[in-house]
Design a protein around this ligand. Structure first.
Ligand SMILES: [Zn+2]
Length: 437
């Protein structure tokens, strides 16, 4: 009896063990999905320092091994060959190709991963993912073509330069301002740039910058001469009559109830700032070639009421309540006077534009735009092409204007610049046209 019993127990144990192993094997075989591999970026131009991240994820079983290989023509460089400890479901590594491993040009990154499942006769589910790249570690070469760049604080200049490769981004950088360079039909790049009204010549350090698709960046300084300009002081008296007449239109911008004076200060500071920021975006909506022809027109038969760069103190009840710089020229003619387009261009904005009231902005190419503010009537719409002298609007007193006048502004990539230069035939010939011919 005892013998029979002893034989039966191991058999039962064997059945139980087989059951456990079988169940386990079933789950291991059941996993027929290979690990997921993600490579970022997946393709494109990269430089020596561009990080390429590889992630491997396994949902059902574990990751058993990962291999990462760099391939260029017949050359194969193993970057990683790793056997993972049990229990790993995620694997991640970031690579930088560097300058010495491979040559400039195309290469491939191949990632192979296998899981711990018993699928494929115990070999596991494996997967290979590949990324295709171009290694470029050399920044574009910049050659400056123009020799003179004379500027007056608040004014413009044109620079022409050539590059030995197609850039991702290029232009003139002045502090945190960027004046984009536009490729001309002859292959050269042209950037209309400015010394901002608020930067003294001694603090003005423009550089040409060019970045390629791989992210290699080169900057190059160039010869320039910048003259300082002293701006006029002006007191603007704010009356209750003006506040009561002008502020209701802006109240919807500020939900919390405020007095007309408080609204005025918010508009004069906040909305002015928002409007100025948007001008930078509008400045990018431009033709890559100049559209203008010769000198710019000034509103005919009009008296100058305020100048570019006027340092305005706002006075209310004998007290200074605010300070702003006036960034256009105020021209007063008869009420509802015809406004001619200052030059050939394209309408890029025609709308109610905050402190400026009804505004038209014309684009003249390379980020150069003219702005017409406080209008009472539009005669053109966005997208229209206009000729120099064509009537585009009628003057008015919309926005923050006290009386009927035209606020005429010139913008260089969204930065307000001195319109006087563009009304001066000789300045245009010396600083712009002569460089393009
Ligand atoms: Zn003005």
């Amino acid at each position: 009896m005892a013998k029979k019993k002893n034989r039966f127990v191991p058999l039962l144990l064997l059945i139980i063990i087989l059951g456990i192993v079988g169940t386990g094997a079933y789950f291991l075989y059941k996993d027929t999905v290979p690990p997921e591999i993600a490579i970022s970026p997946e393709s494109g131009d990269i430089n020596a320092e561009t990080p390429i991240s590889v992630t491997v994820n396994e949902k059902i079983s574990d990751i058993k091994a990962v291999k990462v290989v760099l391939i260029q023509n017949d050359k194969k460089i193993q970057l990683t060959s790793e056997e993972l400890r049990p229990g790993n479901k995620n694997w991640e590594k970031t690579y930088k190709i560097g300058k010495d491993k491979i040559k400039q040009g195309n290469f491939e990154l191949a990632v192979w991963a296998v899981d711990t499942s018993l699928a494929n006769f115990g070999g596991g589910n494996s997967f290979i993912a590949k990324g295709n790249y171009t290694l470029d570690t050399v920044a574009p070469k910049i050659t400056i073509q123009t020799t003179t760049h004379n500027l007056t604080q608040g004014g413009c200049s044109l620079i022409l330069y050539s590059l030995n490769e197609t850039p991702d981004q290029t232009g003139v950088k002045v502090g945190d301002l960027f004046f984009k360079g536009y490729k001309q039909p002859d292959g050269m790049y042209a950037s209309l740039f400015a010394i901002p009204f608020y930067i003294a010549p001694k603090d003005f350090n423009p550089v040409v910058i060019a970045t390629d698709k791989a992210g290699n960046e080169r900057t190059r300084s160039f010869y320039f001469h910048a003259n300082p300009k002293i701006y006029r002081h002006d007191n603007i008296r704010i009356s209750d009559r003006f506040l009561n007449r002008k502020m209701p239109q802006f109240e919807d911008n500020f939900p919390e109830k405020s007095s007309p004076l408080e609204t005025f200060l918010k508009v004069n500071r906040t909305i002015r700032k928002i409007n100025r920021e948007r001008l930078k975006t509008i400045g990018l909506d431009t033709s890559p070639e100049f559209l203008f022809d010769g000198v710019f027109l000034r509103l005919p038969n009009a008296a100058t009421r305020a100048g570019f760069g006027d340092q305005r103190s706002y006075i209310y009840n004998g007290k200074k309540i605010d300070f702003q710089t006036h960034l256009g020229i105020d021209l007063a003619s008869i009420a509802h006077a015809d406004v001619p387009a200052a030059n050939n261009g394209k309408v890029v904005l025609a709308e109610d534009f905050g402190i400026y009231g009804n505004v038209i902005i014309l684009d003249h190419g390379l980020g150069l735009q003219t702005l017409y503010a406080h209008l009472s009537q539009f005669k053109v719409k966005v997208g229209d092409t206009v000729k120099k002298g064509q009537i585009i609007a009628k003057t008015g007193a919309t926005g923050m204007a006290g009386g009927d006048h035209l606020h005429f502004g010139v913008l260089c990539s969204g930065l307000p610049v001195n319109p006087l230069e563009w009304w001066d035939r000789n300045w245009i010939i010396n600083n712009i046209s002569s460089k393009l011919n």
